[in-house]
Design a binder for this molecule. Sequence first.
Ligand SMILES: Nc1ncnc2c1ncn2[C@@H]1O[C@H](COP(=O)(O)OP(=O)(O)OP(=O)(O)O)[C@@H](O)[C@H]1O
Ligand SMILES: [Mg+2]
Length: 260
Amino acid sequence: MDEITVDVKNLSKQYGNFKAVDSISFAVKKGEIFGLLGPNGAGKTTLISMLTTLIKPTSGHASVLGKDIIKGALEVRKSIGVITEKVTMYPPLTAEENLMFFGRLYGIEKNELQKRIDEGLEEFQLSQFKNRPVGTFSLGMKRRLDLVRVLLNEPKVFFLDEPTVGLDPITVSFIKKKIRDINERGSTIILTTHIMQDADELSDRVALIDHGHLMACDTPKNLKKKLGKNATLENVFIHYAGEELRDKTEKMSLAPRRGM
Ligand SMILES: Nc1ncnc2c1ncn2[C@@H]1O[C@H](COP(=O)(O)OP(=O)(O)OP(=O)(O)O)[C@@H](O)[C@H]1O
Ligand SMILES: [Mg+2]
């Protein structure tokens, strides 16, 4: 039987009367690249925030590598790598200083840390910029550096929330290749993206989420096949999510942001 890395059971997150995530269940197998897709406001980031222990669920359960996201939050945090849209680096510090800071935070021994930093900067083609303040970096460089940071800790599970948003096609292609490399080295990856082609190319399976509900969960191939011969993942997306814009949902959720 396949080993389950991320197990989600009836997970919900409610803000006032608004259900951002509504009783979602699915399981991600060890070694999978699992894509979370859905319109703006569908609940993808809320789901990832719960799984990465940043916010607490209203109800339901989930575990990552067998550890409960509430009772085992500390252990979960130690074993995962998280990339969000916001790059978590200190702008005045250089690339290397930032990596040193985070590496020490992760508890990595100094010589080993220096080795991993050098290798990471090399792999992500950032060695020549290591002494520059991160505040002077382009978005593409910041994203690459953020991946170096996350990899320092050698996590077994990665959560990547829109890792390619706002990047040029060359950087997107580079990052997609790295995501595959990281996966081939044995890590399980959960990612969100609005680029259906990227989701199709990268994901072993995808989950389609809309209005906090899980609408479908399967391989891109099977989902497309169900719709017809030449269907694309974009067709699948619109089939499940419809064509209505989501401004209404956005307005409903103007309640003050809590718990973040
Ligand atoms: N702290 C909060 N308080 C109130 N509502 C919230 C809070 N956080 C998120 N929401 C609402 O929950 C819904 C889901 O938001 P979420 O950020 O998870 O969507 P998403 O699928 O990641 O969207 P996008 O693709 O635009 O990133 C949205 O309607 C959002 O406004
Ligand atoms: Mg989001």
